[in-house]
Design a protein around this ligand. Sequence first.
Ligand SMILES: *Cc1c(COP(=O)(O)O)cnc(C)c1O
Length: 354
Amino acid sequence: MEIKIQKTATPAEKPDSSTLGFGKVFTDHMFIMDYTAGEGWHDARIVPFGKVEIHPASTVLHYGSEIFEGLKAYRKADGSVQMFRPIENIRRMNRSAERMCLPQIPEDLALEVLTKFIEFEQEWTPSAEGTSLYIRPFMFGNDESLGVHSVKNATFMIITSPVGSYYKEGINPVKIMIETNDVRAVRGGTGEAKCGGNYAASNRAGDRAEKLGYSQVLWLDGVERKYIEEVGAMNVMFKIGGEIVTPMLAGSILPGITRKSIIELLKSEGYAVSERLISIDELAEALENGTLEEAWGCGTAAVVSPIGELCYKDNKYVINEGKIGEVTQHLYDTLTGIQWGKVEDTFGWTYKIN
Ligand SMILES: *Cc1c(COP(=O)(O)O)cnc(C)c1O
């Protein structure tokens, strides 16, 4: 597909790598493409970064039809730029779109526009240790009518943001509160779709936990409130008595690409990994008898985030003396090593831009 390019007349200064946070600074341009039923995707364009105008009755503003993705471009020591498993993000976006009645983007078209846009903005990929270019593709329903039905018009965009190192002061294990009131998702709902609505509904519990000094909540299943689901916006894994366990994907959990990569990596190294139900009782027992060796969250932003303390109904449990565990550290080193091109990628996960 032809991509029309309108360059900004006022290019911005690249930010100083040491001041980068997360998602606060955006690059000079953005990608936009529109969908119309019967016509398909059209008008692919790269335009100066700026506000978008939408109709006040636009579907997304009223009925929340929005999905998104999150991945990164990494600058290697030789100056080249690469992404990590972008095809997985594209496939997941199409699965999210199917759930939310938004249009599919053919995989090769999505990969083409993503690659071309990142190539166009590649100078914005920072090079300091641990920094990267965060890529946020998203799609929203954009009918100009209040009728409730699956949409006939949609917009797909990509914005990019240079982001700082997630762990500026070294990896510090976080404190997590197990949420016993709100639920994030139920099977048959939208938990396995990466959609904005899941986040809107999660904020209340997250805010409450933060006020109590915890950095995230750990969600339990929405039906029995008994089985572990995920932690904040990350998947969760435990090492219990030598076995690595993580909740299986049964419809309410977001299928993380970091999660998938960790499972593939650990299996290739001979670790016992199971995807199964993990009850809060099993976890509490393992915490009490000391067989819970490590716990960590995993996702694109942090890669792995060790859990040093879990709070369940006012009981506080410290894990691995509040220190990062051996497997957690190994996963962090290996995955970030592959992403920044310091460790050989024997899996074929990296995707070169230039
Ligand atoms: C994006 C996301 C994850 C992590 O997925 P990655 O592909 O590993 O970044 C986990 N849980 C939720 C709710 C998410 O939105």
